[in-house]
Design a protein around this ligand. Structure first.
Ligand SMILES: Nc1ncnc2c1ncn2[C@@H]1O[C@H](COP(=O)(O)OP(=O)(O)O)[C@@H](O)[C@H]1O
Ligand SMILES: [Mg+2]
Length: 432
């Protein structure tokens, strides 16, 4: 290897690399100057650009082309509102991981992730900073964290449901096309008045939690309204809601099984793209996501902050579970009364169930003891046929008609003995 005359001096190759980096940074700044704001969340501003169509972005397009990054689609640019070095990079890496998990799984009926293109933490000029501030940035730094990904045309699930709800209002029902022009804020305002939305309690110390709670409350008002107006009785709407539910549930399960939890699974973080009669859901926003190793437990949804405060994150399956209720999947009785006695007989005769009884050394079925024993052993049964049969039996014994009901009763009834195994039990019941 040729010796360097001065190790502190960059080599020519290093110099070229540094120049390329500088060019990319300048190009990102062009993006920040040219992109149009289309949306925002609590943490990020979302802009739209089409790199391919902007001659000034030729250098970036070439660089990305060399990395085989596809620029056929328009791009969404997420700019973090608060500059906190490392945050954007982490978010981008988790989005990449999620994208890889779902691409590798390559299964049908699952939500996708917008292709992550690149992340950049760039220096910005004052004029750019000013522009970002007018778009809603809360940063006064001369740097910005920028995530570039595929733009997904369509509505997020909250906007989608709001739009559907507004179209059910007498004043708008005659002219649904006009409702298609409204953005999230306009739809929110209309429904806020009609359905008496609550506003977050600003006196609360934990503003973020207060906002989360009021959003949840208002979302429930929209669900209720959709049910009352008969929206959820329309077969084509039921089918659509169930399609969305399935895609989200499958994607979440795949991510969770592969060591990634979203922890921000609310309606605004799922995008619904409807093209050529096809519905495709996208999972976005990995700002609160976390990677973990080993089996997932409920503890991933909790984080110890300073001063003994615990932060609680929403469950990844919250939205699909709500959609199941909305599309009346839950009302489809798990077993009707005639079937219950037949099934009971069948399971009592089942070799798997006999094995369980033997293992537990019980002959007579007494609900209390059997349930406790079975649930106490849920961990060792895992998702085995035996475990499932046992759970089915408990469900039947309790004479419950829906999974939700069964889960709820089992949860409260045996809260203490289930403890950590709650998640597993819920999972087993869900797979019934
Ligand atoms: N790739 C994308 N394509 C189209 N719209 C998007 C995209 N990413 C985000 N959005 C829209 O912008 C909103 C805010 O983006 P998000 O990443 O959730 O930001 P935040 O972290 O602030 O919640 C989303 O609710 C969605 O409506
Ligand atoms: Mg979001």
């Amino acid at each position: 290897m040729a010796k360097r005359s001065n190790p502190d001096q960059p080599t020519p190759v290093e110099e070229i690399m540094a120049d390329i980096e500088k060019i990319i940074d300048t190009q990102i700044e062009v993006i920040l100057r040219r992109a149009e704001k289309i949306n925002e969340g609590n943490n990020g501003i979302i802009c739209l650009i089409n790199i391919k169509d902007i001659p000034e972005l030729e250098a970036l397009r070439k660089t990305l082309g060399k990395r085989e990054i596809n620029l056929d689609q328009k791009q969404a640019i997420k700019i973090l509102k608060i500059y906190k070095p490392g945050t954007g990079q982490k978010e981008f890496e988790l989005q990449k991981k999620a994208h890889e998990i779902l691409t590798a799984a390559n299964v049908a009926n699952t939500a996708r992730i917008p292709s992550p293109i690149m992340f950049r933490d760039v220096a910005i000029e004052t004029a750019t900073q000013d522009r970002l501030n007018t778009m809603g940035s809360k940063s006064n730094s001369n740097r910005a964290e920028v995530i570039i990904m595929d733009y997904i045309p369509g509505d997020d699930l909250a906007t989608f449901l709001f739009r559907e709800a507004v179209k059910m209002l007498p004043n708008y029902a005659d002219n649904p096309e006009s409702v298609d022009q409204y953005d999230f804020q306009s739809l929110y305002r209309i429904l806020s008045e009609e359905l008496k939305f609550v506003v977050p309690d600003r006196s609360k110390a934990n503003m973020e939690q207060a906002e989360q709670q009021s959003f949840e409350h208002n979302m429930n008002l929209v669900y209720k309204f959709l049910q009352q107006t008969g929206y959820t009785k329309k077969p084509e709407k039921i089918e659509l809601l169930q399609k969305i539910e399935t895609q989200i549930r499958n994607a979440v399960n795949l991510l969770n099984q592969n060591g990634l939890v979203l922890r921000d699974g609310h309606q605004r973080n799922f995008l619904i793209s409807q093209q050529d009669g096809e519905t495709q859901v996208y999972v976005i926003d990995f700002g609160d996501a976390r990677a973990f190793t080993g089996q997932m437990t409920e503890s991933v949804y909790e984080e110890e902050l300073a001063f003994g405060v615990t932060k609680k994150y929403p469950h990844d399956l919250k939205v699909p579970n709500e959609l199941a209720v909305l599309s009346e999947r839950h009302e489809k009785k798990l077993f009707n009364p005639e079937d219950i006695s037949k099934l009971k007989e069948k399971y009592q005769r089942s070799p798997d169930f006999q094995k369980i009884l033997k293992k537990l050394q019980i002959k007579e079925i007494d609900l209390e003891t059997a349930s406790k024993l079975i649930l106490g052993k849920v961990n060792s049964f895992q998702n085995t046929a035996e475990g499932l049969v046992a759970l089915i039996f408990v469900t039947l014994e309790l004479n419950l008609t829906s999974k939700e009901e069964a889960t709820e009763v089992l949860r409260t009834h045996l809260e203490k003995s289930i403890g950590e195994k709650k998640n597993l039990l819920v999972k087993a019941l869900q797979s019934l």
